[in-house]
Write a protein that binds this ligand. Structure first.
Ligand code: PLP
Length: 407
């Protein structure tokens, strides 16, 4: 008989970790009658500064907004450029484009997914219009910030960390996102802590912090109109520049405050899951483990196929795993593969061999804190079995004979 076992439920790429505490926080804010940015957001900012040690933390409605605001505060604009990595999400670069600045890309390191400090230096030697370096801590693994900061200070260029993946990644020098001149965190639905949508800008300098506060609220200068010191004129304000609407509402800040109290637990759970994956996959010579420094925040688990040992197309491998019920994904499609960036800057993958190599061979496994061990086991077993069946000859590249592997 050809009977298949009953289909198991598919494993999603990600599951949010909420409890009654987040529900209660939202109800508390709704019942308070104050929904937009107010006391909850101020508390969230203060608590975030307390956790990270950042002098100023400014809550925003997304990391994309936060990048825009931080870049604006540091003088990114017309006639200027930012220097970043092609191996990142869209908004690392488009934030600069919204300010009419251009983008210069430097390839990633051979042994990680992060921007290569040596290549940063090469660009800075040639180009004096770089207004900011924007390193991205991919998957929660912190960039070589000592090297990047050293180069940045030599060329006198500010560093804005895209820390969307990196809360709370640790280094001997402090948390990622507090190591450069500014750091931007994301609280998007799948990030390490979440408010559904949201973000935080951490910045050292008080003038930059003031500028970001003004520009996130329509250019309205309310700092001098503090309602406690000047209650009689609470309706009065001035508009000092053309700002945007990027503030975080209290409903979301209240969720963020609860998530922040769980950050250490999530961090440990993510690390434990990563270690379980690492132990299992290290036994397979056809996989390469993700970079693994002790403070990694493990936002994502990026597994690389070693093409010399496992001759399968990455897309085919992903497709097989999906058909077996694993919600695998890919992070990231580099900017030289996207028509907007490719066309605007004439990008070619040949100029970014490391990013191209990683892109062609990497998959992102289902990964979330508190994943049941049984689920993690099934992921491991499925991925390894699939790899073994290919090395055992079940995969014919030309025929794309996926059927054999699926059985
Ligand atoms: C998610 C992400 C962002 C944007 O975050 P949002 O809060 O969704 O705007 C920026 N950079 C990177 C690397 C990201 O992964």
């Amino acid at each position: 008989m050809n009977e298949k076992p009953p289909a198991e439920k598919n494993i999603p790429f990600f599951k949010p970790s909420f409890s009654e505490k987040e529900e209660e926080a939202v109800i508390r804010v709704i019942r308070s009658g104050w929904l937009t940015t107010g006391k909850e957001t101020l508390d969230f900012e203060r608590e975030f500064s307390g956790y990270t040690g950042s002098p100023f933390s400014l809550a925003v409605n997304s990391a994309s907004s936060g990048l825009l605001l931080a870049m604006e505060a540091f003088g990114v604009g017309s006639g200027k450029k930012i220097l970043t990595t092609p191996y990142t999400f869209v908004s690392t670069a488009t934030s600069a484009r919204h300010l009419n600045a251009e983008i210069v890309y430097a390839d990633i390191e051979p042994d990680s997914y992060n921007i290569d400090p040596e290549k940063i230096e090469t660009v800075l030697r040639k180009d004096s219009s770089i207004a900011a370096i924007v390193p991205v801590h991919i998957a929660g693994e912190v960039c070589n910030m000592r090297a990047i900061n050293e180069i940045a200070s030599r060329f006198n260029v500010p560093v804005i960390e895209d820390s969307a993946h990196a809360f709370p990644a640790r280094t001997p020098d402090g948390l990622a996102g507090t190591l450069g001149d500014a750091g931007v965190f994301s609280f998007y639905a799948t990030k390490t802590i979440t408010t559904g949508e949201g973000g935080m800008v951490c910045v050292r300098d008080s003038e930059k912090a003031d500028r970001i506060k003004i520009m996130r609220s329509n250019g309205i200068n309310r700092i001098v109109w503090d309602r406690y010191t000047n209650p009689d004129a609470s309706w009065k304000y001035d508009v000092v520049d053309e700002g945007w609407k990027c503030n975080l509402p209290d409903i979301l800040a209240a969720i963020g405050r609860v998530q922040l109290t769980k950050a250490d637990t999530f961090f440990k759970e993510r690390k434990a899951l990563a270690e379980m994956f690492n132990t299992a996959f290290s036994r397979c010579e056809f996989f390469q483990l993700p970079p693994d420094s002790p403070g990694n925040a493990w936002h994502l688990y990026l597994l690389r196929i070693v093409p010399e040992k496992l001759t399968i197309d990455r897309d085919d491998f992903m497709q097989i795993l999906r058909e077996k019920g694993l919600g695998v994904s890919m992070h990231f499609i580099p900017h030289f593969e996207m028509s907007y960036f490719k066309d605007r800057y004439g990008l070619s993958k040949k100029d970014f061999p490391e990013a191209d190599k990683k892109y062609r061979t990497t998959i992102s496994l289902p990964f979330w804190p508190g994943m049941p061990e049984q689920t993690a086991r099934r992921i491991i077993d499925t991925v390894i079995e699939t790899g073994n069946s290919i090395t055992g000859g079940a995969y014919d590249r030309n025929k794309k004979n996926k059927k054999q592997i699926l059985q």
